[in-house]
Design a protein around this ligand. Sequence first.
Ligand SMILES: O=C(O)CCC(=O)C(=O)O
Length: 293
Amino acid sequence: MNKYPLNPITAEHIATYRQDGVVCLRQMFDAEWIEALKSGAQDVIADPQAYGQTGPSHGAMTSVSFLWRENGPFRDFVMNSPVGEIVGRVIEADTIQIFHDHLFHKPAKSPSIMQWHADHLWPFTGTMIPNIWIALTPVNKENGRIEFVAGYHKFCIETGSRFGPAGDGAFCFPDFEAQRDDPDFPFKFVTWDLQPGDAVLFHVDIPHYSKGNDSDHLPRTGLAVRTIGDDSYWCPAIGLTAIAGVNVQAMPAGVHPAPSAELPVIWARPADEPRVWTGASVAGDIREAAETP
Ligand SMILES: O=C(O)CCC(=O)C(=O)O
């Protein structure tokens, strides 16, 4: 099982993520990791409630989260695979902490659509709150690949546009479906067919969508791993999505989350590499905490 990315993180990956807020990463995890996750996913799909927290889209597909909190393949993956390193290097962070994971399974012939949304109802402000979605099955146009509106995160950041209690309460996305064929729409729609071991890494403010699974034989399964980097801060506003076991309302607004059992460090930039995060340094403290047994 690979501990380091199977393929290098390139300057192009970093530039694409910066520009588009989403990047496709080919073959980063070996077949052993994918087999272990697939086998774990089969157990979860057979009895979702027994394994984690279901929702919010459970029913439209199998949607189960906090799988990493229990010993087993999901925890093993976030702690021992290169997932944290991959995220950290692409988003130019010095430390990565996990706070959530989410298994999404669309069986063959499951027509429910995942509507356009962004993931910015998490209780954090800042720009480093990415999601890496790892394909466990082939993913294609027919069985429900994920589409993104590239570059839209910049609009959200520049205008402070987030949904509900994460923003001013009034912000909504435009009707992206109506924009698909509009030659004047200033953003491009992007999507990728994926093979097991490929991943898409996306910014918390990027709109994304997936159609139902129209294949009569090919399920579509992916594991989303949600993380924070150095530029992320508690936002204890009422109505934001809960993190199991954390009293978010008691957290100090504007402060970077300290490492804890619920938000452990899964990657820290090696001490012999120059730091890349140039904001207020939280990384040194976090790295020290991570390295102190
Ligand atoms: O798997 C899907 O189709 C949706 C994934 C998603 O919305 C997410 O990871 O935030």
